[in-house]
Design a binder for this molecule. Structure first.
Ligand SMILES: [Zn+2]
Length: 117
């Protein structure tokens, strides 16, 4: 377990990450309408040309949002895994302990402020 964080700090971070993961999954569900992205793309592309040309920007926006959410969800899931090991809260670049006040703002942070900027 991370050495520089107290049990209550870790519990807080864990709850924060779990909540964030739930939100992201709900957002992904609503953007995908319960379908895989490939199914959704096929559905849109197989509609009438007029209709499809109107719908493509909407699909592009939904796909971009979905990509962002998937990347974010992956970061959150990895942070939760790290939280149960001794690798959490340690800068992956320089190895310093990331301060709790930074983790409060960004519990999935993998770098300290100097390395991230
Ligand atoms: Zn660093």
């Amino acid at each position: 377990m991370p050495q520089h964080l107290t049990d209550s700090q870790k519990a807080w971070l864990s709850a924060e990450l779990e909540q964030h993961a739930r939100q992201l999954r709900a957002q992904l569900e609503s953007h995908l309408h319960g379908q895989s992205r490939v199914d959704r793309a096929n559905e849109v592309l197989h509609q009438d040309d007029d209709d499809a040309s109107q719908r493509r920007p909407e699909l592009a926006v939904a796909a971009a949002l979905t990509d962002q959410e998937q990347v974010q969800l992956e970061a959150v899931a990895q942070a939760l895994e790290r939280l149960h090991s001794d690798r959490y809260g340690v800068c992956r670049t320089c190895g310093v302990a990331i301060p709790f006040d930074r983790l409060q703002v960004q519990p999935w942070a993998t770098q300290c402020v100097p390395c991230a900027s």
